[in-house]
Write a new protein. Structure first.
Length: 741
C-alpha cells in the first residue's frame, strides 16, 4: 500500500470516464475561450488548491453561472466590430473607385476642358424707329450685357436670397443646400425644392440642355466646379444675370426689365428686382404679363427672403409689396412685330450672315404705327361682325417709298401671318388706274368720252356695281364712279399686255395675266406692292421702291449697311401724273370714296371690291403719304357686302387725318383741271415720256369737249349697243367678274 501511494498518490474520481478522455476534455476547455464546462481550468501542473494525495477531498465551490456568457458576449461584439470595419473599408474603397469612374465617365462626355469657354451670346437684333426708340428685338438673347457694378446692389442680392443663400461660401456645389432640398422633398413626398446653386444653373444655361436626367445633373455639377475654379464669384454672378431666362422670350435682366417694366435694369426698384428674381423658378408660368397675381405672390416671397438675409430691412420689404409697375405695355408688342418679321426676312440680303448683335434703323414712325394699329383694330372691333370681316392690313409710306407704318393683321399674338406683305389678293377696281394711265399715255385725256353700256366678250358679260349704265361719260367720270364696262372697253382698246407692262413699270412685281379681265383687277397682288405702285402718282412720276431699313450697325457702331438714295427713274411723264391725279381726286369728291377727306389737303385714290365682296380696298394718297387698306377674310370667304368705299375708307380717313396733323400742306403734283394743248405743254417735263406703242389698229382719241369737264352723266338706255371692242386678244373668260368697283 505504501508503495502504491508513493507511486501515484490519490486520484480524482472519474465517474466512470476513462482518464484519457477526461484529460482531453479539460485541455479543450482550456483552449477555447468561454468554451468547455463551467469548471475552473486546470493546468498540467498540480495546483496549490488541489489537496494532497494523503489529504481528504475538499468540497468544490460552484462557479458563477453568468461569467462565461459575459465573456462570450464581449468576444462576439469584438468580432462583429472587426467584421464591420473590414467590410466598411472594402465598401469605401469600392465607393471611391465608383465615384472616380463616374467622374471619368461624365468628363468623357463633356467637351475637352481646354475647349470649354464661355460661349458667345447669339446675336441680338434691335429694331428701332426713325426717332431711335426701340420697336422690337429679335434673337435668342434679347438683352444687352450689363455689368454687375452698374446694377443696383439689391438686384443681384435678390437672386442670391431666393436661389443660393450660400453663393459666396460654396465651391460650386452646396452640400447643405442639397441635403436641405432632399429632406424637404422627402417630407413633401415629391420634388418641391431644388439644390442647384447659381453656378450650377449658369453651367446648365451655358453648356447643357434643359433635360432632366441624372447624367445632366452630374455634368452640371462637374462644370460648376470648373466654373468656380476658372472665374471669380462676381464674374459668375454677372454671367448668370445676363444669361438667365425670364419668360416671354427675355434672356438676361436687361431684356426682362425692358420687357416687363419698360426701363433699363439699372433703374428697377426693390419690388421690381424681387419680381425678376422670382421669375427664375418658373418663367413661363410666372411672367407678369401673363400671370400678374402669381408674379406678385412670388415677389413677396423673395422680399421676405431678402429681409431674412439682411439684404434689405423689414420696412423696405413691407414698403415694396404690391408696387412693381408690371402693367407697363411691353416694348415691341402688337402689330409692329409684323414689321420686325418683314425686316428679318430681308436682313440676309442686306448684310448676309449675322455673327454679332446689330441695331437696325428703320423708317417706321412709332406714332404713326400706333395710329395705324388703332385704326385697323378699332374699326374691325366695331364693324367686323356686321360686315363679316375678320382681318385687315394697312401700309403707309412716303411718296419715295419709306414705310412709316405697317399693320399685317388684327392681332399678332393670334396670327403672325403678314397680310400686308405675304398675302396676295385680287385688288378689284383699285387696279384700274393702271388701265387709265395706259390710255393717257396712248393719247387719251381725262375728258375723253367713252360709252358706258352693257358689253359681252366671248360670252362674258361684266356689269357695273349698280347694274346701271350712263351712256357717254368722260374717263374722269368713269374712273370716279368705277364703271366696269368703261374699264373693260378701255383695257381692250389699249391692250391688256400694255396694261400689264404699265403696272410692272410702276412697281407691281406679282405675275399678272394679260387678259380681258385684267381691267377689273383679277390678278392677285400684295398690299405693299400696290401701295408702292401708287407712289409715282404722289411724287411726280418717279419709281419708288417700298423699303423699311435705312442703316444697320453693330452695337459698337460699325456700319454694316446704309441705304443709298433711289435713282430718279421717271416712270410716268409729269403731264400724265397730273391727268391721273385729277381723275383720282374726283373719286374722293364725287365718286366711290366721298367719305375720304382730309381737311386742307388735296387727296386722290381709288376704291376696289373683288368678286362676291371677298376683298375690300382703298388706296389713297396726298403729297405727304400714300396709304393702302385691305379688309377681308383669310379663307377668301365673302364678306357681307363690304365694299372699298365703306370700311376701308373709314380706316384710311381715321389714319390719314391723324397722320397729317401739324404737317405743312402740299399740293398734289401737276394737278390740272384743263387739258388743252397749252396746259399739257406747260406741265410737260424735259424727260421724255415712256415709250408706249398703241394697240394695233387703234389711233389716239381726240380730246373731247374742248378740254372742259363733262356734265354729270345721265341714265343711258340699258339696251344701248356697245361700241366695238378693238384689240380683243381672243381670251375666253371662264368665270364672271361683275360687281367690281
Amino acid at each position: 500500500m505504501g508503495s502504491a501511494k508513493k507511486k501515484g498518490g490519490r486520484k480524482e474520481p472519474l465517474f466512470g470516464l476513462p482518464a484519457a478522455l477526461a484529460d482531453l476534455r479539460l485541455t479543450a476547455a482550456d483552449r477555447i475561450p468561454g468554451g468547455g464546462d463551467d469548471r475552473p481550468k486546470k493546468s498540467t501542473a498540480k495546483r496549490k488548491s488541489e489537496p494532497a494525495d494523503d489529504e481528504p477531498p475538499r468540497e468544490r465551490k460552484a462557479p458563477a453561472k453568468n461569467s462565461g456568457n459575459k465573456r462570450r458576449s464581449r468576444s462576439s461584439i469584438s468580432a462583429g466590430l472587426g467584421r464591420l470595419v473590414y467590410w466598411g473599408a472594402v465598401l469605401s474603397l469600392w465607393g471611391v473607385i465608383a465615384v472616380i469612374g463616374v467622374v471619368i465617365w461624365v468628363g468623357a462626355h463633356l467637351p475637352p476642358i481646354q475647349s470649354l469657354e464661355i460661349p458667345k451670346r447669339p446675336p441680338t437684333i434691335q429694331i428701332v424707329g426713325m426717332d431711335g426708340s426701340l420697336l422690337a428685338q429679335r434673337g435668342e438673347m434679347a438683352g444687352a450685357n450689363v455689368s454687375l457694378k452698374d446694377l443696383p446692389p439689391y438686384l443681384p442680392k435678390a437672386f442670391i436670397a431666393i436661389e443660393d443663400r450660400r453663393f459666396y461660401s460654396h465651391f460650386g456645389i452646396d452640400p447643405v443646400g442639397i441635403l436641405r432640398a432632399l429632406v424637404t422633398n422627402v417630407l413633401h413626398r415629391g420634388v418641391s425644392q431644388g439644390g442647384s446653386t447659381l453656378t450650377q444653373q449658369l453651367a446648365k444655361n451655358l453648356f447643357l440642355t434643359q433635360e432632366r436626367t441624372m447624367a445632366r445633373k452630374l455634368q452640371e455639377a462637374e462644370l460648376a466646379i470648373w466654373l468656380e475654379r476658372k472665374h471669380s464669384k462676381n464674374e459668375i454672378l454677372e454671367l448668370y444675370l445676363n444669361r438667365v431666362y425670364f419668360g416671354s422670350g427675355a434672356y438676361g435682366v436687361e431684356a426682362a426689365a425692358q420687357k416687363y417694366f419698360g426701363k433699363p435694369a439699372k433703374n428697377v426698384t426693390i419690388a421690381e428686382a424681387a419680381m425678376l428674381a422670382g421669375l427664375v423658378k418658373s418663367p413661363s408660368r410666372l411672367a407678369p404679363n401673363r400671370n400678374p397675381e402669381g408674379a406678385e405672390q412670388r415677389a413677396q416671397i423673395v422680399l421676405a427672403a431678402m429681409a431674412d438675409a439682411k439684404f434689405i430691412t423689414d420696412a423696405q420689404a413691407q414698403a415694396s409689396i404690391g408696387h412693381p409697375s408690371y402693367n407697363v405695355k411691353p416694348v415691341g408688342a402688337g402689330t409692329v412685330n409684323y414689321v420686325a418679321d418683314w425686316i428679318g426676312e430681308v436682313l440676309d440680303d442686306l448684310v448676309g450672315q449675322i455673327d454679332d448683335s446689330i441695331k437696325v434703323e428703320t423708317t417706321i414712325d412709332p406714332k404713326l404705327q400706333a395710329v395705324a394699329e388703332s385704326a385697323v383694330i378699332d374699326e374691325l372691333a366695331a364693324k367686323s361682325v356686321k360686315f363679316n370681316v375678320s382681318q385687315g392690313a394697312l401700309v403707309a409710306m412716303t411718296p419715295d417709298g419709306a414705310v412709316r407704318a405697317m399693320v399685317g393683321g388684327r392681332n399678332y399674338s393670334d396670327s403672325q401671318y403678314n397680310r400686308a406683305v405675304t398675302a396676295k389678293r385680287q385688288p378689284g377696281s383699285s387696279f384700274k388706274p393702271f388701265v387709265y394711265l395706259t390710255a393717257m399715255e396712248q393719247g387719251l385725256t381725262p375728258d375723253t368720252i367713252r360709252q358706258d353700256a352693257p358689253i359681252e366678250v366671248k360670252g362674258w358679260r361684266p356689269e357695273n356695281y349698280t347694274h346701271e349704265y350712263f351712256g357717254n361719260v368722260t374717263l374722269t367720270q368713269a374712273l370716279a364712279m368705277s364703271l366696269n364696262t368703261v374699264a373693260i372697253r378701255l383695257g381692250l382698246e389699249v391692250g391688256p399686255k400694255n396694261v400689264v407692262r404699265t403696272a410692272h413699270r410702276l412697281g407691281i412685281s406679282s405675275k399678272l395675266e394679260p387678259n380681258a379681265s385684267i381691267a377689273l383687277g383679277t390678278s392677285e397682288v400684295s398690299v405693299v406692292e400696290l401701295v408702292g405702285a401708287y407712289a409715282p402718282f404722289a411724287n411726280g412720276g418717279f419709281a419708288a421702291a417700298p423699303h423699311v431699313v435705312t442703316r444697320i450697325r453693330t452695337l459698337d457702331g460699325k456700319l454694316l449697311y446704309m441705304r443709298q438714295p433711289d435713282e430718279h427713274n421717271q416712270v410716268i411723264d409729269p403731264r400724265y401724273v397730273g391727268m391721273m391725279n385729277s381723275m383720282m381726286r374726283e373719286t374722293l369728291i364725287s365718286g366711290t370714296a366721298k367719305k375720304a377727306e382730309i381737311p386742307g389737303w388735296q387727296a386722290a385714290g381709288k376704291t376696289g371690291t373683288s368678286q362676291d365682296y371677298r376683298d375690300a380696298w382703298f388706296i389713297g394718297y396726298t403729297a405727304n403719304l400714300v396709304t393702302g387698306v385691305w379688309l377681308g377674310n383669310d379663307d377668301n370667304s365673302p364678306t357681307k357686302k363690304a365694299t372699298g368705299g365703306g370700311l376701308p375708307v373709314e380706316v384710311w380717313t381715321r389714319f390719314m387725318r391723324a397722320a397729317h396733323e401739324g404737317v405743312q400742306v402740299a399740293a398734289l403734283p401737276s394737278l390740272q383741271t384743263n387739258w388743252g394743248p397749252a396746259n399739257l405743254a406747260q406741265i410737260s417735263s424735259q424727260v421724255s415720256p415712256p415709250t408706249q406703242a398703241p394697240a394695233p389698229g387703234l389711233a389716239p382719241a381726240p380730246v373731247s369737249n374742248g378740254g372742259y369737264r363733262a356734265p354729270p352723266p345721265t341714265r343711258a338706255n340699258v339696251n344701248a349697243r356697245p361700241e366695238a371692242a378693238a384689240g380683243l386678244d381672243g381670251w375666253l373668260m371662264d368665270r364672271l367678274f361683275g360687281g367690281n368697283r
